[in-house]
Design a protein around this ligand. Structure first.
Ligand code: ADP
Length: 385
C-alpha cells in the first residue's frame, strides 16, 4: 500500500478462502505482515457469509473445495450487487489453460498456481489493491462532484427565485418613475432610467433562462402538444428578430407545402429563435444566414447555417451543456448565459428528437434539429403546462 495514500483511512480488507488450514494460515499471516486486514474462511459458504457481513476489497479464492468450489463461489459473488465489484484472485493447484479460462469466465481477475511463491502473491495482491484504491478515489471524487452539482443547481434555483421578486419590483418602480416623473427629469435623467430598465430586463431574461432549464431538467415543464407548422414558425420568429436580421442576408429554404409536427408550438418557436438569434449574433454584419426546413414521412428537419465565426470542434458537445461557451467568442457574448443551447437540447430531446452542430472555427456553423412527426414519449396530445 502506498504510504502517501490519499485515502488515509484505507486499510485493505482481504478475504482468504482455502479448505486447507495450513495454506489458509500461511496466507493470512503473510497478508497481515504486509499491513492488510486479512480474514480467513475455510469453505465457500463461510466465505460468502463473511463477504456479506463486511464487503472485502479483495478475495483470494481456492478452486478445489468440497461442497462449493471456487468457481461457484465466484459466480455467486458476481450475482450479488454489493459484492459483484470485489476483485477475486484464484489460487489453485490446477495448472491447465482450461482451468484458468474457467476462472476468468467465472469473474476472476487473476490466477496464481499452487504451490505459490509468497513474493508472487504479494506482488499480485499489491497491484489489485492499488487498482481498488484508485477506483475508490474515483468513486469518491465522482460523488463529491455530484454533490457539488446538486448544490449548484439548488443554489441557482434559490437565487433565481429569490431575485425575481425584487427585480420585478425595481422594474415596476422604474416604469412608474418614467411615467410619473418624466417632466421633472432632464433628458439625461430619462436616458439613465431607460438604461437601468434595459439592464434589469437583461437580468430578468438571464434568470428566466436559468429557470426554464432547471424546470425542463426536473421534468416540471410539460409539453403542450398540438399541430406545429415549422415553415410558418420560422417566418414568425424571423419577424420577431427583424431588427437583428436587417443587417444580414437571411434566406429561408423550405418546401411549398406545410411541414407539420405534433409539438409544443411555443417551445419549438423558442428553439428556432435561439438558433437564429445565435446565428445573427455570431455572424458579422452583412453575413448570410440560411434556414432550411424539410421533412420525410417520419420526421421534420430544421437547420440554421451561418457564415460567422464558427466553433472549434472541441466545443461541439460542450456548448450544449449548461453554461458551455466558446472562449474565443467572449467579445460577442453580450448578456450570454451559455444556457440557450442547453434549453434547445432539452426541448428537442423531450420531443424525442435530436439536435447537433456542424462547424469549424472561422468557417461558419450549421445548427440542426430533427423532430419526429409525432413524439412517441407522450400519449396525450393536450397536456397542459
Ligand atoms: P449564449 O449565446 O447565451 O452564450 P448558447 O447556449 O446559445 O448561449 O450558446 C453557447 C455558446 O455557443 C455561445 O456562447 C457561443 O460561444 C457558441 N455559439 C452558439 N451559436 C453559435 C454560432 N452560430 N456561431 C458561433 N458560435 C456559436
Amino acid at each position: 500500500m502506498s504510504p502517501q495514500s490519499p485515502l488515509a483511512s484505507f486499510r485493505p480488507n482481504i478475504l482468504v478462502v482455502d479448505d486447507n488450514p495450513t495454506n489458509l494460515q500461511l496466507l493470512v499471516r503473510m497478508l497481515k505482515d504486509q499491513g492488510y486486514k486479512a480474514r480467513p474462511a475455510l469453505n465457500g459458504k463461510l466465505a460468502l457469509r463473511a463477504a456479506a457481513r463486511e464487503v472485502p476489497d479483495l478475495i483470494l479464492l481456492d478452486v478445489n473445495m468440497p461442497e462449493m468450489n471456487g468457481y461457484e463461489v465466484c459466480e455467486r459473488l458476481k450475482k450479488d450487487e454489493r459484492l459483484a465489484g470485489v476483485p477475486v484472485i484464484f489460487v489453485s493447484a490446477l495448472n491447465e489453460t482450461v482451468d484458468k479460462v474457467k476462472a476468468f469466465a467465472a469473474g476472476g481477475v487473476d490466477y496464481v498456481t499452487k504451490p505459490f511463491q509468497f513474493r508472487e502473491i504479494e506482488a499480485r495482491v499489491a497491484v489489485h489493491i492499488e487498482l481498488c484504491r484508485r477506483k475508490r478515489e474515483l468513486e469518491e471524487s465522482y460523488e463529491r462532484l455530484r454533490k457539488l452539482e446538486e448544490l449548484r443547481d439548488a443554489l441557482v434555483h434559490m437565487v433565481v427565485h429569490d431575485m425575481r421578486t425584487p427585480l420585478t419590483a425595481i422594474l415596476g418602480y422604474m416604469q412608474l418613475l418614467e411615467i410619473k416623473e418624466s417632466e421633472n427629469l432632464s433628458e439625461n435623467g430619462r436616458n439613465r432610467i431607460r438604461q437601468v430598465m434595459e439592464l434589469v430586463d437583461n437580468l430578468m431574461e438571464m434568470m428566466n433562462s436559468l429557470l426554464d432549464v432547471s424546470r425542463m431538467e426536473s421534468g416540471n415543464m410539460r409539453l403542450n402538444l398540438s399541430g406545429c407548422e415549422l415553415v410558418g414558425t420560422v417566418r414568425t420568429v424571423l419577424q420577431g428578430l427583424e431588427s437583428l436580421a436587417r443587417e444580414h442576408q437571411v434566406e429561408v429554404n423550405a418546401p411549398d407545402d406545410p411541414v407539420t409536427v405534433v409539438a409544443d408550438q411555443e417551445l419549438i418557436e423558442r428553439v428556432i429563435g435561439n438558433l437564429l438569434a445565435n446565428a445573427l449574433k455570431y455572424t458579422p454584419v452583412c453575413g448570410s444566414v440560411k434556414v432550411t426546413v424539410r421533412s420525410d414521412p417520419d420526421s421534420a428537419f430544421v437547420s440554421v447555417t451561418d457564415d460567422g465565426c464558427g466553433i472549434p470542434e472541441e466545443y461541439h458537445e460542450r456548448i450544449f451543456e449548461k453554461f458551455g461557451q466558446v472562449e474565443a467568442n467572449r467579445d460577442r457574448r453580450k448578456h450570454s448565459t451559455g444556457l440557450g443551447l442547453t434549453f434547445c437540447k432539452l426541448v428537442v430531446e423531450a420531443h424525442g428528437g435530436k439536435i447537433g452542430v456542424h462547424s469549424k472555427a472561422e468557417r461558419g456553423s450549421t445548427f440542426w434539429f430533427e423532430l419526429p412527426r409525432r413524439p412517441q414519449c407522450v400519449h396525450d396530445a393536450s397536456v397542459i403546462r
